[in-house]
Design a binder for this molecule. Sequence first.
Ligand code: NAP
Ligand code: MN
Length: 272
Amino acid sequence: MNFAIVSRGDERSDNVKAKMKQYLIDFDLAYNEQEPDLVISVGGDGTFLEAFRRYIHRLDKTAFLGVHTGHLGFYTDWTADELEKLVIEIAKTPFHVVEYPLLEVIIRFKKDEKPLKTLALNEMTVKTLEGSVVFDVQIRGEHFETFRGDGLCISTPSGSTAYNKSLGGGIIHPSLEAIQVTEIASINNRVFRTIGSPLILPKHHTCLLRPYQKDRFIIGIDHITKTYSDVKSIQCRVARERIRFVRYRPFPFWNRVRDSFIAEAKPKEEWQ
Ligand code: NAP
Ligand code: MN
């Protein structure tokens, strides 16, 4: 089995990477950054997003695993203290794979420029450089609303705990093949009206954003944000491709949500 390791680049993560790499080579696995069967990310969720982007062209051949060197993450299961245990699992046990849905994003341009098609693991966000954005929002080819505000966020189930959560979106279990549309500060008055609630769209229900007047936007795909000009439309739907995670032990999604967001601040005995 070929493997590759992507580190966040801080001293701790680089040390973990070096150790793991040596251990796995000692177990006769081959380090191959070009064609890995297994990609190990060492750092945080941000590092995992980076690793995903690096191997996005071979999702069907690669499975991912995350080790965290900071706090517990949504894509990072293992702690740096468990290295020996993890290395033995990787070397000795055939891995169990769990698949999560991804978001397909297609940006089309006014000029004859080629459309840009990509995938997001967390979300796509669209904002403007100044003022507000106005979009005709279509769902499944039909006009749904005219959105005016700071922008929109369209996320995957595993991304629902990231930016989407800060925007008041719901947390979606990744076994549901869906995407979620959340508003970023919509303007609602006698002239402009938006639904106001996050929308959850099933597979094949494409969401198309057609900008009105403006055509320059800041578009974020996971951790990468860029400015695009001459934007004609942005199309989002559940992707055909999926990400494959390696699992050596169960870590239910709701436990992860609980452990990341709910801290028992005070024991019950101390309640007033
Ligand atoms: P960052 O600024 O370090 O990320 C913000 C936080 O989101 C970090 O604590 C990161 O964890 C966490 N995170 C990333 N993916 C997550 C997920 N699926 N579920 C729960 N938390 C998650 O930047 P980054 O590390 O490059 O991550 C990029 C992501 O940041 C974007 O995809 C977006 O979702 C999120 N973001 C959130 C806001 C907001 O909530 N207002 C604004 C901008 C971007 P780590 O510390 O482990 O990396
Ligand atoms: Mn980060």
